[in-house]
Design a protein around this ligand. Sequence first.
Ligand code: ARG
Length: 400
Amino acid sequence: MIVLAYSGGLDTSVAIEWMKQATGKEVIAVAVDVGQQGETPEILRERGLACGAKEVIVIDAKEEFAKEYCMPAIKANALYEKKYPLVSALSRPLIVKHLVAIAKQYGADTVAHGCTGKGNDQVRFEVSITSLAPELKCIAPVRDLAMTREKEIDFAIKNNLPIDVTHKNPYSIDQNVWGKAVETGYLEDLANAPKEDLYTYTKSPIAEGANVPDIATITFEKGEPVAIDGVKLSPLQIIEQMNERAGAKGIGRIDMVEDRLVGIKSREVYESPAGIALITAHDALENVTVERELARFKNQVDTRWTELAYDGQWNSQLKHSLDAFIEDTQRAVNGDITISMAGGLATVIARKSDTSLYDFNLATYDEGDSFDQSFAKGFIEIYGLSSKVATSRDQRAGLK
Ligand code: ARG
């Protein structure tokens, strides 16, 4: 038996019958809803069954995705190559978790997905699968069973599969509650600007009203956002509200060329209004509450954590240990950050924290500060000593 990651689209719908004929095995189609805003569970069920699935299972995993995947990404300030908030990368391990559970429940020996052989997602699916259940086999019909678009359409018509084969979206889209990723024909030419019609989470930063600031105060507890403007909300509600509010101000549009794990540079356009707004706020609160040496080191850990998530190593030993480190750094990341959202930017304008390390009496340039400036001279003399000695040597020896 095969458990298939099912989206309801052409590829995975055709894949059901295709795999049945190629392997002689039954197929269970599993749609994990992480906020794709796709079709209703009823339609997915109907179509999957009509395409030959033995069973179709639809799981609402939005709250779980927000809590277990997006919240850790906020704590890690996760922006791959300093820009991409890991939208697709975060969803794959969660989808796999459910696929594997269902495979075990039904005694399936294979898990399948609809990825091509060129992207990161095939790696994320398969590495996540084998790291949870080493005994399971993986197949990707588009990649392994030579399922091309033309052949798919012929096959769908010949087998009477109830799918609209004429409809071809000009964009390749992946989306969830954390944002949207878009790749497409014309974007593959780096000289072409994205057209306005690919954006659905955000208004243009220059749209009417987008320059009128929306001020939001986000409360964090142990690095996790727990309330907006004093109202306690669930992780999913927080993300949904920030998507609305930051999206209305054009925040979170990202047009970048990124380094895929498989060695290809690729152009992708993203939208993640909540992702950018919440990471901006979280980062600002860490500036106030995390001690300097810890903050410097955490920066490196954040980068590595983000790379591991991007590279499909969500369940790896290293990621697991870095999670523990990051969790420990968040002990005192408590307080309120106020951001002003307008014209495509989330700007931090106020900070309040009971666990702040900011000491007004140390920092002030006014009279009566508690910092003894006379200590500074000796500190600098010793701090700069090794460099001073080395430069003198270079001058003496004619090395400089
Ligand atoms: N490049 C992104 C990643 O590797 C998104 C992949 C899916 N993108 C898409 N437009 N279908 O995480």
